[in-house]
Design a binder for this molecule. Structure first.
Ligand SMILES: Cc1cc2nc3c(=O)[nH]c(=O)nc-3n(C[C@H](O)[C@H](O)[C@H](O)COP(=O)(O)OP(=O)(O)OC[C@H]3O[C@@H](n4cnc5c(N)ncnc54)[C@H](O)[C@@H]3O)c2cc1C
Length: 459
């Protein structure tokens, strides 16, 4: 079977690898000049770094398996992380349960209630059945209390989902709590996070090497224009070949294949596959995303002592400060301190269109609120990365709204971040999705094609 894959992020590359393992051929088409998508990297401070901060959790078994399989286990570090919360002009540690007791923006009874509710959620195993019908806002208000909701959770939900925050399903929230507490030693101890020294980009490099050895091909700078459907089946891909590479050799613009796996965001997929029936396209249109922007600062001095600082102050125009060098020491980055200022917003918001220089001007006054000693002169360089499809908005009853991996067009499959549930999107789940979609694709092919049937008969 020859399969065309749209998108060279971790999902597309993993799908190619899984196909190769099963003896099939893949052709991966990535529109950008570089592979990686949301897990892409860039060069900074003598090494590579993710454009959008990255770590993994102890429960991320699929990616951990890949790391071992690809010979990268010696690069994987498990590090005790530090989490904090910025509220009312102060940075609060949230590393141990005792820190919660010191969180004075809420009363002592509220702190205890917050701790009990967090522990309760972490212990629930069946979050889909329990929480699908209720929004996070409704549930948290009722059980964690109005004050806890207003001070702690609402700013975070608003920061991540903007005006869509009131619609976010409780199942999404439960999944997040379970994941983060699950990565803590013995449930409530310190959180341990995994990082691949010199970046997760090495997984992509190793996958390309394996995939190429398996006889498949990976193209960058090749944008898929359309999924070709012949006789009602996906039969190939039409591409804009190396449109932006001057002097590139002429190449075919149509690639025939037996099946197509798209890993692109749903709005892109809708443009590429116009032959889909309305019932399916309505599902795709119904899935919305928050855009993401990360401004990365390379500093002479640390901004905070914390790796992951949630911002619980709606006057600050970013939602989290993630200080990479409080997870991986600055020595690994030529002694520099690396900070992500992370923001999620609706793509039509004015901030989203801003370039790095202007955005920095907007953010600068707020950095001093977090660390009054901070000076502009600390900044050695900065870079901005953004993406329209940073975070799918997970609403109530989401399990009934997920578009099927198997589209109604035979031979055409979709595997993107909107189909990850109840967990939040992550590299681990893109790999897991790739494994599922490849198994499905092979099963259908074996059922439909005489060659496939013969191959199956020989097993
Ligand atoms: C801010 C942020 C923080 C995150 N933190 C973590 C974390 O800590 N840990 C973790 O594991 N994960 C994290 N993630 C999630 C992780 O990055 C994603 O889940 C994963 O990278 C998605 O991979 P994908 O291949 O499914 O999609 P994508 O990476 O979106 O890949 C899709 C690819 O398709 C390409 N494409 C689009 N249109 C076309 C076209 N017409 N033709 C060809 N190619 C096309 C795009 O350029 C892109 O490369 C984070 C994501 C964000 C945004």
């Amino acid at each position: 079977m020859r399969v065309g894959i749209i998108g060279g992020g971790i999902g597309g590359l993993a799908a190619a690898y899984e196909l190769g393992k099963r003896g099939h051929e893949a052709m991966v088409f990535e529109a950008a000049p570089q592979l990686g998508g949301l897990a892409g990297t860039f060069e900074v401070a003598g090494t590579r770094l993710e454009k959008f901060y990255k770590h993994i959790f102890v429960s991320d078994t699929d990616i951990i398996e890949y790391i071992h399989d690809l010979g990268l286990a010696d690069r994987l570090q498990w590090i005790a992380s530090s989490v904090g919360y910025f509220s009312r002009g102060k940075v609060y540690n949230f590393v141990t349960p005792l820190d919660l007791l010191r969180f004075d923006p809420i009363s002592l009874p509220d702190r205890i209630r917050l701790g009990v509710v967090s522990l309760y959620l972490q212990r629930q195993a069946d979050g889909i059945a329990r929480y699908e019908g209720v929004t996070a806002a409704e549930w948290l208000r009722r059980y964690a209390g109005e004050r806890n909701y207003a001070v702690v959770w609402e700013p975070l939900l608003r920061g991540k989902f903007g005006d869509s925050a009131p619609e976010v399903g409780m199942t999404w929230f439960w999944g997040k709590m379970r994941l983060r507490f699950g990565s803590r030693d013995k449930g409530m101890g310190r959180e341990r996070l995994g990082y691949l020294l010199d970046s997760f980009g090495q997984i992509q490099d190793a996958l390309v090497e394996r995939v190429t050895r398996q006889g498949s091909r990976v193209f960058t700078g090749v944008r898929v224009r359309r999924v070709v459907v012949t006789g009602g089946r996906a039969a190939g891909l039409e591409v804009d070949h190396a449109g932006d590479r001057a002097g590139a050799p002429p190449a075919p613009s149509r690639y025939p294949c037996d099946a197509v796996i798209a890993t692109v965001p749903s709005p892109v997929f809708l443009r590429l596959a116009p032959d889909l029936p309305t019932a399916y396209t309505e599902r795709l249109q119904g899935r919305r995303y928050q855009a993401v922007m990360c401004l990365i600062l390379v500093l002479k001095h640390p901004l905070t002592p914390i790796y992951w600082l949630n911002i619980g102050d709606t006057a600050i125009p970013f939602v989290a400060v993630i200080e990479q060098t409080n997870l991986i020491p600055p020595e690994h980055y030529q002694g520099k301190h690396i900070v992500y200022l992370s923001n999620y917003l609706a793509p039509d918001q004015p901030l989203y269109g801003m370039d790095a220089d202007h955005l920095l001007e907007v953010y600068l006054p707020h950095l001093q609120k977090i660390n009054p000693a901070f000076r502009r002169e600390w900044i050695e360089s900065y870079a901005l990365f953004q993406d329209d499809a940073g975070q799918p908005i997970i609403t109530t009853h989401y399990s009934h709204k997920i578009p099927d991996l198997r589209t109604p067009v035979p031979g055409l499959y979709l595997a993107n971040t909107t189909q990850i549930y109840p967990e939040d999107r992550g590299q681990n789940y893109s790999i897991r999705l790739a494994r599922r979609v490849v198994a499905m694709c092979e099963e259908d092919w074996a059922a439909a094609s005489p060659v496939g049937l013969a191959a199956r008969g020989q097993e």
